[in-house]
Every structure is written in structure tokens, then in C-alpha cells.
Design a protein around this ligand. Structure first.
Ligand code: NAD
Ligand code: GLY
Length: 363
């Protein structure tokens, strides 16, 4: 098992990563919350069917527990589910000594974390991630719900008390979800100075290669890269913005298509290629985009914008991004692999590159 301490300016907490480590959860709970009064598990229907019983029987031997199950998918990251979770917590009489466990992917983690941040002004919570994407979402304490006007616009920075990531969960993950999560690994690789990007290209020629040691190593690297950034900048005043590489357009596509119509990772891939093309248009970037696109296409990603999406509407969405300043689009550009930077980008450049990026019809 790999154990590391995630360090941020507000909190330090352990992250456990390994195979078949879920039986360690009761021990972890006792360590981080010795006097826990009640545990509320928050999960989604899909994960509940697969793992809900297992977790309930593991925890009910030692703790008083209750469980809230939400519909699966991005559409659940909304005000209504947030409200229902809080109501359930009140009905179940959770108090300030209670603990929330987020069992699921990024959707469950983001929502459950926001519930934990808000309930009685904040109670403890533990992330038990079950998707590949959650190597990213479970670390760093960004918790949020979506608003019809934009992704993750309502939320908080609220670090969990621990993260327990059992790789065994990933064996039941559909390929589409592995692909979505792998996109965030590629993001971490592209913004990082070490040789992780080269390693990924050399070791992952197909999503089916994401097994056993390759998967475990890649997850660990992704977490290490993220942890090193949030250690320096927890609240996204500086280098944490680099973690949003590909997200300015990615979030706009997700919102414009309708939440859940495209996976987060698939949208981020289109956003990363777009950001690289912006860098090339502005003569800042030196990256071999063709080679990257070739690899991404080989892995089964679509790298171009669906032509049915309106450029003007995408630009309006991008203008609502949290990173913007004075209504100007402020996005992450890469000078090279491992050299991200924030740039204000003129709307005319965005528009030109958007049009060029959506010329090829989506496969
Ligand atoms: P998700 O939580 O919706 O999970 C994807 C699907 O996989 C769901 O249908 C779920 O039921 C199913 N699933 C989960 N675990 C499974 C398993 N082990 N076996 C079989 N099926 C399983 O989505 P996600 O891709 O994990 O997360 C996406 C969300 O994460 C987005 O909302 C995104 O904005 C957010 N995110 C947050 C951060 C952050 O820092 N907080 C970072 C990146 C992404
Ligand atoms: N996924 C972006 C961040 O954690 O900052």
C-alpha cells in the first residue's frame, strides 16, 4: 500500500492507495475521527448496487450508519440533490461529530464534499474514490455543484479528512469511464516537468493497457503531481490554475451539450487540444500537437469540437469561467510539456481557433 500525506495550507490528511485496502477503512475512521457519532455514506445508484452492501456491512459492525443514494451521473451535481442530502442528514440527526463518506466518482465526491462543507458549517468527511477520474477529484478539496449557467460555479474549498483509494474498484469501471479518467492523467502529465508524459505515451497505447502495475503507477504519479501543486497553492490563487488546463473549453462544452451528455474527461481532451492550438496561434507554444492528437485519436478520443455547437455560445460560456478577470477569457496555455502559463486570450483568437477546431466532423 502507498501512503502519502496530502498537505495544504488549511489541512494535512492521509491518502491510502492500493489493492484490496477497503477493509482498512474502519481503522482509518478511528484514526481521523475517534469519537464519530454517526456515519452517512453518500453514493450513487450504480456504485451502490456494486459496493453499497459491502461497505455497509463493513462499517455497521463498528459504527452507526445511514446511506443516501443519488441517481448516477453529472446531472445529479445540482441544487436539488444537494438540498436532499442535507435534508436527509438532518432527518438522520447527524451532528458535528458525524462523518460523511463519499463512495463513488467525482460526481459523488464533489457533491458529498459540498454537503460536508455546508452541514452545520462543516463536518468531517472521507473520500473513497471508485473511478479513475477520482485520482484527481478526490485530492485537493474542490467541492461543488453545477449551475445551469456553468460547471462547478457553486462550491467551496473543503479538504477531506482522509482519502482511501482501493484500485480494485476500477475493475468494474466501464471503458468509457476509464477513458474519461485517463484524460485527467494526460492533463497531469502535460503540465508536469518530469517525464510522465513520455512514460504514458510509451506505456499506454490503448485504454485496455490500463491494468495492474501500469494503472497503479499512473494513478500514483497523477496524485503526486496534483499534491505537489496544491501544497503550494490550495485556493487557486496561482499555480493551481494550471490544473484547469483544458477545462475552459471543456467545461463550456459540458454545459452547452447538457450535463452528462459528454463525459468530463472527453470534454477536457477537446479542451486541451484547443488550448494547445491557441498557444500555437499566439506563437507561444512549441508542442507537437499532431503527435499528441494522433495518440489521443488512437486511444479513441475525439479531439475536435462537435460542429453542432455554436462558437458564440461556447465563447459566452467560457466568459463565465471562474478563472476570468474583467470579463476577459483567462486560460491555461502550454509553452511546452511541463511549462504551463495563464494567458488572457482575445475573443477574436478564441473565435478563429474554435472555428478551425470544429471543421472536422465528429466521429
Ligand atoms: P461519476 O462520479 O459520475 O462516475 C462515472 C460513472 O461511473 C457513474 O455512472 C458511476 O455510477 C460509475 N461508477 C463509479 N464507480 C464505478 C465502479 N467502480 N464501477 C462501475 N461503475 C462505476 O464521474 P467521474 O468521471 O468520476 O467524475 C466526474 C466529475 O468529477 C465531474 O463533475 C467533474 O467536474 C469532477 N471533477 C472534480 C475535480 C475536483 O478537483 N473536485 C477534479 C476533476 C473532476
Ligand atoms: N481539477 C482542478 C483542481 O483540482 O484544481
Amino acid at each position: 500500500m502507498y501512503l502519502t500525506q496530502i498537505q495544504t495550507s488549511s489541512k494535512m490528511y492521509p491518502l491510502f492507495l492500493g489493492k484490496s485496502i477497503i477493509p482498512q477503512l474502519p481503522l482509518v475512521i478511528r484514526q481521523v475521527k475517534p469519537n464519530v457519532s454517526k456515519i452517512m455514506i453518500i453514493t450513487d445508484q450504480q456504485v451502490d448496487v456494486m459496493y453499497g452492501m459491502k461497505l455497509t456491512s463493513l462499517l455497521s459492525k463498528s459504527f452507526s450508519i445511514c446511506k443516501y443514494v443519488m441517481p448516477k451521473g453529472e446531472k445529479s451535481k445540482n441544487f436539488m440533490e444537494f438540498y436532499k442530502c442535507l435534508t436527509f442528514a438532518l432527518e438522520q440527526k447527524l451532528d458535528r461529530q458525524s462523518l460523511i463518506i463519499a463512495l463513488g466518482g467525482g460526481v459523488v465526491g464533489d457533491l458529498a464534499g459540498f454537503v460536508a462543507a455546508s452541514y452545520m458549517r462543516g463536518i468531517s468527511w472521507i473520500q473513497v474514490p471508485t473511478t479513475l477520474l477520482a485520482h484527481d477529484s478526490a485530492v485537493g478539496g474542490k467541492v461543488a455543484i453545477n449551475h445551469p449557467l456553468g460547471k462547478n460555479l457553486i462550491g467551496a474549498f473543503y479538504q477531506p479528512d482522509a482519502v482511501l483509494y482501493d484500485i480494485d474498484f476500477l475493475y468494474t469501471l466501464p471503458k468509457k469511464e476509464l477513458k474519461s479518467g485517463f484524460a485527467e492523467l494526460i492533463k497531469h502529465a502535460l503540465i508536469s516537468k518530469d517525464s510522465f508524459y513520455e512514460w504514458l505515451k510509451n506505456n499506454v497505447c490503448s485504454i485496455d493497457d490500463l491494468k495492474e502495475d501500469t494503472l497503479a503507477y499512473a494513478i500514483r504519479k497523477g496524485i503526486e503531481i496534483k499534491a505537489s501543486i496544491i501544497k503550494e497553492d490550495e485556493k487557486e490563487n496561482d499555480i493551481r490554475t494550471y490544473l484547469n488546463f483544458g477545462h475552459t473549453l471543456g467545461h463550456a462544452i459540458e454545459a452547452e451539450k447538457g450535463y452528462g451528455e459528454i463525459s468530463h474527461g472527453e470534454a477536457v481532451v477537446i479542451g486541451m487540444v484547443f488550448a494547445l492550438r491557441i498557444g500555437r496561434e499566439m506563437q507561444i507554444s512549441d508542442i507537437n500537437i499532431d503527435e499528441l492528437e494522433q495518440w489521443l485519436t488512437y486511444l479513441g478520443y475525439n479531439t475536435r469540437i462537435c460542429p453542432s455547437l455554436s462558437s458564440n455560445r461556447l465563447i459566452e460560456r467560457m466568459k463565465q469561467d471562474k478563472k476570468n478577470k474583467s470579463n476577459q477569457i483567462h486560460m491555461v496555455i502550454l509553452k511546452n510539456v511541463g511549462s504551463p502559463m495563464m494567458m488572457n486570450v482575445d475573443e477574436s483568437i478564441i473565435s478563429t481557433v474554435l472555428k478551425a477546431s470544429s471543421q472536422i466532423v465528429e466521429r
